[in-house]
Design a binder for this molecule. Sequence first.
Ligand code: GTR
Length: 356
Amino acid sequence: MYISNQLTKRSIPDLFTFENGTKVTAENADKRRAEFRVVLQREIYGEFPVSPDYVKGEIIEKPRARDCAGKATIKKVRLSFAVKGEEFSFPLYVVMPKNVKSPRFVVIINFRPNMPDEYIPAEELIDRGIGFASFCYKDVTSDDGDMADGLSGVLAKVGYNDTGKIVMWAYAAMRALDYILETEDIDRDHIAVAGHSRLGKTALVAGAFDERFTCAYSNNSGCSGAAITRGKVGEQISFITKTFPFWFCKKYREYVDRHDALPFDQHFLVSAIAPRQVYIASAIEDTWSDPESEYLCCAASSNFWKIYGKTGFIGEDRAPAIGDRFHEGNIGYHLRSGEHYFSREDWNIFLDYFLK
Ligand code: GTR
């Protein structure tokens, strides 16, 4: 009863009713997912740019013999693409395990331009046979209100004036994938996009808008990410839109202290990823993100997988507890001890899920 009671209390919008009032069925579930994307762009994240005119890469640093103890090749690429004739480029690391044919792959949206990095345990990933690419989100556009910086400035020139920066970082992750699919032999049935916190929100958005990602991994993403907004503790729309207005479109500010007026909740974002995999990780001391609201979002989204004849979330009918790992369904979840952080423990548990 815990989950149904909690979800009743939160009274979140129904996944199975279109905006025009008609009901969602197995036949039109894809249309409803398209509607989720329309609603999410209109209400919270802003408009996605059109597909790029082209994407190309130039290798600017070649692999070295001792990369990851000689078990991987690490190269740095300058990735360029154009939107409506305007070019933009940013650096991307591509790391491939040696001696693994068609590895499973993760596009990692990171805070820093480091390889490895405190949030990217490169050797652990390589030792488990994973290939990955990573870029620093600030190389795409600054994490502040400067809308002339980087991709933001490029998009403004071609008419995107209300696209939030989360969408821009997600768009960059998609361009990274364009390049990887052109240049590397990877397992196309196992491609994840991953990020932590604000970049965990970004990973969910990338997964929701690009079906080539077969899995979206959001670590401690919280408010406006994996956590249900209604009834959430910790960070609220009021704080996030005041501190980081540039992450979102302007309309999102209308919902400050008016959560009940939201025509969606974050289970729309998670359900837009159905019937592919979503992985949500929480940390017990990260009350700002609110682990319980992240857990409830998994449960609230689960039925959208069922309509595709797939298993959604298989958890327990109680509040989440430290040590929980729910890996059976297409929505995976874990809760670890400790703080807001993208830890090796998070990666190792996620990889257990992703490599199943
Ligand atoms: C906080 C923000 C959160 C989260 C976090 C982070 O300041 O309020 O929504 O994104 O930053 O990205 O580390």
